[in-house]
Every structure is written in structure tokens, then in C-alpha cells.
Design a protein around this ligand. Structure first.
Ligand code: 1CP
Length: 334
């Protein structure tokens, strides 16, 4: 069994496997080289030979325990025919969302458009580099996708609250997102994904009173569905105020924590396996500090099933040598 699965299924505390969110991509010179020649990001995600190579690039350099498929959470709206583009130095830009048009998109239409992603998983799975490692498929959580689909750009710049006023429309939209998410999860699993991570990057934007409707209910439904396919789920509700309550309600197999929560409190309160936590900005400091901070997490979770990771994606300006040092620090930890 792969080390990550040993932690999740057997609650093994003697090993501390490691993978890194956004390990494939932006900070690696070999990725930038490919990216330079492929200006359309969605087309790059839909190119199985390039995308599988990008997925494997960090595994050639570092002793990671998982490969996360090189794709994007916004491949979902692309799959149901909403326009999705990525603008340099700005981020994603989406076209208008049309509910009636989207209701006409069939499962077959969706799979045809997204099929190259499933081919990538197959290629990665059959590569020697992933032997005894976990292949991680992923999706955006319904709430985070709803935000991009309606706001049509990152909420980092601004989020128009008026978009969420029509409850009937929002309910229908969440339902259709959930439907395509299940299709996407099932096909990733059928093609070799052994774990699914659900990224709820904008969970922190909601007030407590809205969590049931936008986060707990739809996420719980996805988790139940994924578990019914015998595949464990890792949830990353970034910025959520109460991780304990989140775990009690949605019941993920693993909870991935962000860098703003107190790891000691999490260790005490949460009984399921934990992943992540280290602030990605620590990789921009120096080796002594990096070792000190990484060791802090490893010490706190010494007797807890724990998968080492960061508390958000690795930053584009990270020096790959620092990443190398981090992975070695985790691997040499006794
Ligand atoms: O070169 C480029 O301009 C593209 C940059 C890039 C990359 C490398 C984007 C655009 N997406 C990705 C790949 C990606 N995205 C992966 C696979 C690689 C890996 O993890 O190793 C994954 C898992 C994601 C997930 C993703 N996309 C999230 C959730 C995680 C997170 O960081 O919070 C989100 C929110 C997105 C949307 C997205 N896609 C790309 C960007 C720049 C963004 C964020 C936009 C924003 O800030 O709102």
C-alpha cells in the first residue's frame, strides 16, 4: 500500500509522507519552458503528453509520495461549455454562465470535452515514477466553483454579492455543478485516481449562517458519493473558521489545514488524519528557518496520522532548491 494510503486507511503515525499543493507548475523552470511555448492554458491541460510530463516533473526532482494531476478546477465549467481563459498576470476570465444552455449539456458532451484529463491520469499511473505513490485527482468544491462561474474572475479582486440574490437560480446552479462534479470524480477514479482532493479555496469568504447551504450540504454529498466508490477524500476548506465542525459535518477522510490555523489546537480537536499547514512563504526565507518551521509541524503531529504539505499552494517565486531542502527535511525526520 502507498505511504499516503497507509496513513489514511491504517492511521499509521510512524511514517510522514509528503506531497505539495501546486507541486507541478509555476516555480519549476522545466514547467516554465513548456508553458512559454503553450500560451493557451486550457489547451495545455488538455494535451495528455505535455500534461502527464508536467505532472511527473516534480517527481523527477523530489522524493514525493504523490502525483497530483496537472489540470485545473476550472476545467469543470470548460467541460459544460462555459468559456474559460487564463490571462497572463491576471488569472482566470470566464464567459457568461447560461443556466438553460448548461442544462442541455449531456454527460457524454462533458466527457468528450474533458477526456484528455482522464488520459493524463492513465499515462501517469502507468509510468514507473509513480510506483508505490498515490495518484491524486481533484475538483473544486461546489462553493468555490460557483464563485468563479458567477463572478467570472477571481474573487481576490472583488466578489459581487448581488450575484447570489436569486435563490432559485443559485439552487439550480449548485445542483448542476454537483452533477458534473460527480461525473468528473467518477471518471478520474475509473482512470486511476486513488484519492480525491476537494479544494474549497474560498470557504473563508462565507458567514457562518451560509455554511450549510453553500458548503456543508453540497460537499457532504460529494464526499458520500466518492466514498461509495471506495476512494478516500481529502478536503481543503481554506480559511474556514471552525475546522472541527466542518469535519464533524462533512466527514472527509483527511482534513487539509491552511497556514492560519493553530496546528496544536487542530491536533487536539480533530481525530481524523491531518494534512498540510506550513506557510508557503516560509520557503522564501532561509534553510535554517525552513527546517525549524517544518519540524514544528512534524513534532506536533508526531503521534497523529499526518501527511506533510503546505497550508496553500507553493508560490511561483519559490526556489526549487528550497523545495528540495524541505522534502529532504521531512524524509530525514526521526
Ligand atoms: O502558467 C499559468 O499561468 C497557469 C497557472 C496555473 C497552474 C499551474 C493555473 C491557473 N492552474 C494551475 C494548475 C493547478 N491548479 C493545479 C495542478 C498543479 C498542481 O497542483 O501541482 C491544481 C491542483 C490547481 C487548483 C486550483 N486552480 C485552485 C485550488 C487551489 C488553490 O490554489 O487555491 C484554484 C483556486 C484554481 C484556479 C486558478 N487556476 C489558475 C490560477 C492562477 C487560479 C487562481 C486564481 C485566483 O487567484 O483566484
Amino acid at each position: 500500500m502507498s505511504p499516503i494510503k497507509q496513513v489514511i486507511l491504517n492511521k499509521d503515525t510512524k511514517i510522514k509522507p509528503v506531497w505539495i499543493m501546486r507541486q507541478a507548475g509555476r516555480y519549476l523552470p522545466e514547467f516554465k519552458e513548456i508553458r512559454k511555448r503553450n500560451t493557451n492554458f486550457i489547451n495545455l491541460c488538455l494535451n495528455p503528453s505535455l500534461s502527464s510530463e508536467i505532472t511527473l516533473q516534480p517527481l523527477r526532482r523530489f522524493a514525493l509520495d504523490a502525483a497530483i494531476i496537472f489540470s485545473d478546477i476550472l476545467i469543470l465549467p470548460y467541460g459544460f461549455k462555459q468559456k474559460v481563459e487564463f490571462k497572463k498576470n491576471f488569472g482566470p476570465i470566464l464567459g457568461d454562465f447560461n443556466l438553460n444552455q448548461t442544462l442541455k449539456v449531456t454527460e457524454d458532451d462533458f466527457i468528450k470535452r474533458v477526456n484528455p484529463v482522464y488520459k493524463v491520469i492513465n499515462l501517469v499511473k502507468n509510468n514507473k515514477l509513480t510506483e508505490n505513490k498515490s495518484i491524486i485527482g481533484f475538483v473544486g468544491a461546489p462553493w468555490t466553483l460557483l464563485v468563479y462561474i458567477l463572478n467570472k474572475q477571481s474573487p481576490k479582486q472583488n466578489l459581487n454579492k448581488d450575484l447570489f440574490k436569486d435563490q432559485y437560480f443559485i439552487k439550480k446552479t449548485l445542483k448542476i455543478i454537483e452533477k458534473f462534479l460527480k461525473i468528473h470524480i467518477k471518471n478520474q477514479i475509473d482512470n486511476g485516481a486513488e484519492l480525491i482532493q476537494i479544494f474549497d479555496s474560498w470557504a473563508g469568504l462565507l458567514d457562518n449562517k451560509d455554511l450549510d447551504f453553500y458548503i456543508y450540504n453540497p460537499t457532504q454529498s460529494l464526499i458520500e458519493y466518492t466514498k461509495s466508490l471506495n476512494v478516500p477524500v481529502i478536503c481543503f476548506p481554506r480559511g474556514i473558521k471552525n475546522y472541527k465542525r466542518y469535519c464533524e459535518i462533512v466527514k472527509p477522510d483527511v482534513i487539509c489545514i491552511d497556514y492560519e490555523v493553530d496546528p496544536e489546537k487542530i491536533e487536539k480537536e480533530i481525530k481524523i488524519p491531518v494534512q498540510g499547514g506550513l506557510d508557503p512563504k516560509i520557503l522564501l526565507t532561509d534553510k535554517d528557518n525552513l527546517k525549524k518551521e517544518a519540524t514544528k509541524y512534524l513534532d506536533i503531529f508526531k503521534d497523529h496520522p499526518y501527511i506533510f504539505n503546505l497550508g496553500h499552494g507553493v508560490l511561483p517565486e519559490t526556489d526549487p532548491n528550497m523545495m528540495d531542502y524541505l522534502i529532504k527535511t521531512v524524509k530525514n525526520y526521526k
